[in-house]
Design a protein around this ligand. Sequence first.
Ligand SMILES: [Zn+2]
Length: 383
Amino acid sequence: MASPVLVYDDKYLKYNFGEGHAMREERLLLTKMLMQDYGLIGPKGAVEMKPSLAEYEDLIAVHDRGYLEVLEHLSEHPDGQSFSHGLGISDNPVFAGMFEAASLQVGGTMLACDAVAKGETEKAMNLGGGFHHALPARASGFCLLNDIAVGIKRLLGKYGLSRVMYVDIDVHHADGVQSIFIDDPRVLKVSIHEDGHYLFPGTGDIDEIGTGDGEGYTVNVPLPPYSGDASYLHAFKEIVIPLAEAFKPEVLFTQLGADAHFADPLAHLNLTTRAYEEIGRDFDEISRRYGGGRWVAVTGGGYDIMICPRIWTLFFAKMLGKELANDLPIEWMEYCKITYAIAPKGGTLRDSEETQDGGAVSSAVKKVVDGVKRKVFKYHGLS
Ligand SMILES: [Zn+2]
């Protein structure tokens, strides 16, 4: 098997909403450094590739021309705003160069899709992207351009695939991706997120199951606040695994937002690294069983910069089929201490035993899972 691909560029850090904004792209650099210090990149690990800017003709597959023009204009004249396009509000402040910064991360997702679709590799991660809230004509929730939708459209169009399974584990509902493929049965979309009654963007109810030909191909799993590993894994295994078996995806496409972790400051789910590792194992298994190993991953949300690198490195290790030592590399710990005056507690890759949720599956989550099954399983010959 050809080595997995990691797509990354230090220029990703130019996606910067400014001082005090929750999203800090230095988390991507920290992840890259951690992967490097664990030996996951290079001769015995992944091939690193640098993205190019997505072209206008790529973006237009998803976004309205008028929106792209406004985004490009504000990128050059950052003293303006366009509230009707979601640009200039506190979530999405305007900054110089925002069009190029966003286009580069789209280019990264396109490159990851290309590498997998062309058979150059089975597995590719864009260490960027994951902007699942962006809509065709509107920025939303820190997301300017929907790299995921551009990537999936490319898999369907340019490469003629007809079964892409999209699984989104970001703590926020994948509203943008859902709306763009709402009537498309070629894309089975599963979003597991914190219940929209408690968290942005407020959507993602179990009743949202898709429209037209796409009915039954939108699957939402809204979990109550404070759901931990046991509840989350129950939902994941009861829903994602059987749907994958029924759908048999040619490619698995995952959005790996790290903000469902218990330490994330913006949300209220309580996952630990144990759940993330288990999910990574399942993703790998799904990709092997149905898609010849083909798995495209992008990152996404995650607002504790000490957490994201550990979670994304654990996922990437799964892509590479490597087990990682639990002690974090000393060089990386030193860099964190010098640069940020902090480092992960205990110096370990995985959360400590005390934070592991060995708890039972909550009855509220069982109810959600049963509800989701009732809504969508019939479309897939499942009961
Ligand atoms: Zn998120």
